[in-house]
Design a protein around this ligand. Sequence first.
Ligand SMILES: *[C@@H]1O[C@H](CO)[C@@H](O)[C@H](O)[C@H]1NC(C)=O
Ligand SMILES: *[C@@H]1O[C@H](CO)[C@@H](O)[C@H](O)[C@H]1NC(C)=O
Length: 937
Amino acid sequence: MRWTLAAWLAILLLLPCHLAGASSGSSSSSRLRLFTDERRVELREQVRELFQHGYDGYMKYAYPADELRPVTCGPLHRDPTNVNFGINDIHPNASITLLDVLSSLPLVLPSEFPDAVRRVATEVSFDQDVKVQVFEMTIRALGSLLSTYQYLDRLPDEPVAQARALGLTGKAKAAKKGKGVDVKQYRGRLLEMALDLGKRLLPAFNTVTGLPYARVNLRKGLDKGESVETCTAGAGSLVLEFAVLSRLTGDERFEVSEARGGSCDSQSAGELSLSHSPEQALAQRAYLAIWNRRSTHNLVGNTIGVTHGHWLAPGLTGVGAGIDSYFEYGIKAAILLDDDVYLDIFQDTYAAIQTHVRTPDGFIYRPIQFRLLQPGLPSTIDSLSAFLPGMQVLAGDIESAIRSHLVWWNLWRKYDALPETWIWQERKIEWAGWPGRPEFIESTYYLYQATRDPFYLRVGERVLNDLRRRTKTKCGFATLKNVETGELEDRMESFMLSETLKYLFLLFDPAPATPPTNRVFTTEGHGLSLPFSKLQKTSATRRAMHRGEDLFCPAYEPPTLGGLVVGIERRLDYEYARSLVFGWGVDGRVIEDKESVQWWEGGFCSLPLAPTFSFDIVLTPLNATDQEVPPEDPAPSASKVRRDDATGDFVVADVSGLRLSVRWRLDNRGYDVASIGPHRVRPGQQVFVTDQKMEGYLPIPANPPATLHAPPEVLLRFSTISSKGERAVFLHAAASTATFGKSFGSAGSAGFGIGGLGMLIRPKVNVDGCRAFKPGEIPEVRGVLVLDRGECPFLTKTLHAKMAGMDGVLLVGLAPTPPELLVQDPSTPGVAAGSGSGSQTEGLIRPSADGEPEELLHRVSELGVVYVEHIVGQVVLRMMDVERKAVAVEMMLLEAEPAREDLKPGGGGDGRDKAREGRVMVNDWEIWNLRVRERPP
Ligand SMILES: *[C@@H]1O[C@H](CO)[C@@H](O)[C@H](O)[C@H]1NC(C)=O
Ligand SMILES: *[C@@H]1O[C@H](CO)[C@@H](O)[C@H](O)[C@H]1NC(C)=O
C-alpha cells in the first residue's frame, strides 16, 4: 500500500512504538487448536440447557405476560405511564416472549413445541388497546408467526410422522409430550393471526410519503398527534415479513404479488417508483421512500419525519442503531425474493458504507454526517452494528466481514460482553449496558459458515461461558446494566432466547449448512423462505445478465503466511484489531491471564490500508490536451455506448466524457466497473472499449505483473533483552521473506526463527554489507545481521553475512520517496484510462537472487533472509543505537499445513479471437471487467 513520508511520521507519532518497561509474559504459542465434533455437540447441548432454563422460567413465572423479570422471577408488564417506550414498544400484551421463541422451538426444544403452538393459537390475541412499535411487532411477532406457519406447512399430515420429524421418538418423557399431537392443525390459525396483526399495523402507513409512523395502537389505529419521527431501520425493514405475508395470503396491501412495479432494468440514478395505488405494496413503498431520499453519495440519514419525508437532526449516518436493518433487508430481500431491484439498491448502499463510513484501515464503521461526510468527534460504535459482519458474509464480502468482526471480538474480550456504545477514538465505554443482544454471535455464526475456521467456534465458546457466568439467574437471563461491574437489570428481552441462544445453538450444531436457497433469517432470527411458485418470473434480459458470476458466494481463501495456510488468529491484522480496542499500551495486558494470546505488548508499525472501495472516473482520450478535455456526457447516445443484446456485454465506441463508477470486487481481486453513465453493469458483464483513439496505446499494460502483491508477509516481533535476560516486546512489524535462503516453516525445518536466537547485530561500518566484513568489524557472536538495502545484490550481502558467521539477515528498505514526488492520491485515480498505475513507494518487496549461480544460492540455504520497510528498521536501530539496548527478533510461528496454490488471475485469455487487448489498472489493481480492444469481440 501507499505511504507518504508525512503519513509515516504521523503513524510514528500516533503509535507509541517504544513502550518502556512492558515486561513480557511467557510467549507460549497457541497452536491451531482443533475443535472436535464431539466438543461442538457438547457445547450445543449446553446451549440447549440454557435455552430450556430461560424458557421454563418465562412459562412458569411470567406467561402470559410479555416478558419475564429474571431477577425477581415474576412477570414484567407494560408501564402504565405510557412514556416508557423501552418497554411498551415491544409489549403488545400478547405473550411476546412466547411468540418470539416459537419459531426456534422445533429446532432447539422440540418437546415444548406442541404445547407452545397450541397456546399461541388459542390464547394469544392482538385485539389489545396498546400502542406498540410497528417495526418491533413485525420482526418479533409477525416474523415468528410466518416462520412457524411455514414450518408447520412442511410437516407431514400424520401426527406420528410429525412427532418423528420433530425428533420426539424416544422413550423419554419429553418425547411422550409431543406424541400423537397434531401440531399442523394450527397452521391456518397462525396465518390468520399473522394477517390479523398485519392489518392492525396498516393504519401506520397512512402518510403521503409512504413512510410509516413508528407506532400504532393495535385496536384503535393511529393516535391523534402521534409523533412523526421515525428511523430508517424502522420504516425500511419491513419488507421480508410483509412480502411473505402478502405472497402467502394474496393480500397486496403489504407487499405485492402479481403486477409489480419497479422494473428490473431500473437504473441506479433514477427514481424508483411503483405503479400501484398508495394502498398497495406498503412495505416496498416505505423501503423505496427511504432510498429515494438518499444523498448524492448514496447515504441515508438516521431519523426522518414521516409526513414530509425530511431528514431530521443530527443528520448522521452509519451502520448502527436506527439504520442497521435497512441495509440487511436490502440484501436479504434480494435473496428471498430473487429481486434485482433490491440487489441494485443494496449494492449502492453497501458501496457507500464501504467508501465513506468505514475507516481507511478497513476495520471500524463509524457514524458520519451524511451530507458533509465528516465523522463525529468523539463518535461511538454500538453493539447493534455487530450485525454487519453477518450481512457482509451474505453479500459475499468475507474479507471485510472478518475484519469488522475482529473489532467486536476484541470488545467482547475486553468487557466479557458488548457495551451498548463505545467511543472508539478514546477506547472507552459510553453506555455500559448489554441486554443480551444477539448481533455479535449471529455474525460469528455466519462467519463460521463461510470460513469453517475453528476460531469462530472458540469465540462462541467464550460468549457462551460469559453469558452463563454473568447473566444467568435462578429463573432466566438478566440484562447486564453495566458490563464492567456486572450489575444486573431485572429484564430479559425476548431476543435473548429467540436469537442469542438460537444462533449459539446453530453455531455449534455440526449439521451441514443448508444449501443456498432463497431462504433467510429475518433480523429477529426467524427463518423465512418462498417457494418458486411465489417468486416473480425472471425476464429474458435478466437471465442474460445473470450469466457468468455467482453473485453471493466467492470461495473463501484462508490466510497464508510465508506460503502456509493459517487460521484467522494468524492473520497479520489480527493483532492490529486487538490494539484498536486494547490500545498499544499497558492496558493491552489486562487480558493476559485469561487467554494464551501472545504478542500484544508491542506497537504495530505497519497499518493496514483498505483499498478505496468505490470512486468515479471520467474517461478522456489518452492524447487529449488540457484544452480539449471533453465535458462529462450524462446521457451518452447508443453510438457511444451500447449493450450487446446477444452477450449482455457493453461496448464503448467513444470514451469522451463517459463517467464510469468503479467498485471494489467482493472477492478482493481488484475493481469492476459498476456503471457507465446511466447504465448499470452487473457482476459478470464485461465492458469493451473499442474507441479508435485508444488503439495506438495497445496493449495497455498487457497483464498485471503477477508479483504485484506477492511478497508473502510474515509477522516479526522485536524485543529488548535486559542484562538478566528478560525480554520486553516493543514492536510488531510485517516483513517479507526472500526467494532464497532458509525455507521458513517447511516441513521438518527446525524452528521458525530467522536464525539462531535472533539477536540483532548491526555493523558500525559497511552497513549495506556490500563488501566482506573484516575481522573485528562485527562481534564474533552468532546472530541476525541488520543490513541496509542497496548498492549491491541481495545475495552478495547475504554471502558476506554467511562468511561473517551470521545466522540470518534482516534487510532494511530504503527511505520512501519524499511526499511531493508522490502525486497519486488514491481517491482521485488517473482520469485517462490506463494512466492509473506506477506507484513510486517502496512498501514490502521480496528480495530475490534470480539468475545467480546455484552453487552460491546453496551456500546461504541455511540463512534466514527477511525484508522490512525502512520505518521498521529506523525504530529498531534507534532502540539499538540510541537506547543502547540488546534487541532480538522472532518470527510468528507458522503452522505447517500444505500451502494452497495462489489465485491465478482469471478472466481474459479465453482465446475467442486474436484482437489485441489491454487491461486497465487503478493504483496497482486491475479493473477486471474492462478491456480495451482493437475491435468489438
Ligand atoms: C391484556 O390482555 C388480557 C387478556 O386479553 C386482558 O384481560 C387485559 O386487560 C390486557 N391488559 C392490558 C393492559 O391491556
Ligand atoms: C488523438 O487521436 C485521434 C485518433 O488517433 C486523432 O483523430 C486526434 O486528432 C488526436 N488528437 C490529438 C490532439 O492528437
